[in-house]
Design a binder for this molecule. Structure first.
Ligand code: SF4
Length: 247
């Protein structure tokens, strides 16, 4: 696997309720068909993951001087993709974040974060979320652990760590089919809140998706996404979870 060296580790972000983003890898081996990160990063080799080997030491230097703020770990990569099992760059970055006392939010499609449960618990205000789009047939268009296992893995986190679900992108014909079961699993795993998002098409994505198993999900109208989000909100209320739509 290729290694790359970075000059900066901490990137300001306007994504959600966080001030910074940290991405321990360039690209992402999960290579999800609906991923728009290759378009945002303009990375033609996005699916060929590269290890940012010196990121933890650069991050340590930057956090010494940075204004306090929440750090999102994994915004244009999955910090717990397969490479992390061997490379441990995410683990080293989290050790730095814990040492410097910054709050952090992790979002992943992998159950590998279980390995770092004790370390994550040392991060103030730590939040861990798993992304789920559906429970069946997901291997055709996304990477990561089995979605039910992703949710189940949240149970291994110590009580002080907030757990959340990222339900998205909503995929027509798939997400609504599995919605009730996903929300049941989420409630059982002690999830506090659910973020819901629609499929977002960057320029050039539509053509690419039309050649995949997701071709029927490409042209779903906004009313469809609103309907699924409303159903998720109702199920969330019934199960004691806050649900927020991001569109
Ligand atoms: S896990 Fe996230 S960053 Fe990685 S390919 Fe999938 S959507 Fe993109």
């Amino acid at each position: 696997m290729r290694e790359v060296y970075v000059k900066r580790a901490l990137v300001p972000t306007r994504l959600g309720a966080a001030e910074y983003a940290v991405n321990p890898y360039a690209g992402c081996g999960h290579c999800c068909a609906y991923c728009y990160a290759p378009y945002v990063t303009r990375d033609p080799d996005f699916c060929a993951v590269r290890v940012r080997r010196n990121l933890p030491s650069v991050l340590d230097r930057e956090l010494r001087r940075a204004r306090m703020g929440r750090i999102l770990v994994g915004t244009v990569t999955d910090a717990y993709q397969e490479a992390e099992d061997r490379c441990r760059v995410t683990r080293l970055a989290l050790e730095v974040i814990a040492k410097r006392g910054f709050p952090a939010t992790i979002l992943t499609k992998s159950a590998l974060f279980v390995r770092d449960a004790d370390l994550i618990a040392r991060i103030p205000g730590a939040e861990v979320g798993v992304t789920v789009t559906s429970l069946e047939g997901w291997e055709e268009y996304e990477g990561g652990s089995d979605p039910a296992e992703r949710i189940e893995a949240l149970k291994s986190l110590p009580g002080g760590v907030i757990r959340y679900l990222f339900l998205g992108p909503i995929l027509k014909g798939r997400t609504e089919r599995d919605l009730r079961e996903i929300m049941d699993l989420a409630a059982d795993a002690g999830i506090s809140y659910v973020l819901v998002d629609r499929l977002r098409l960057k320029e050039g994505m539509r053509e690419k998706l039309m050649a995949t198993a997701l071709k029927d999900a490409v042209d779903a109208p906004l009313s469809y996404y609103r309907d699924v989000a409303m159903r998720a909100a109702r199920m969330g209320r019934e199960r004691g979870m806050r649900v927020e739509a991001l569109f």
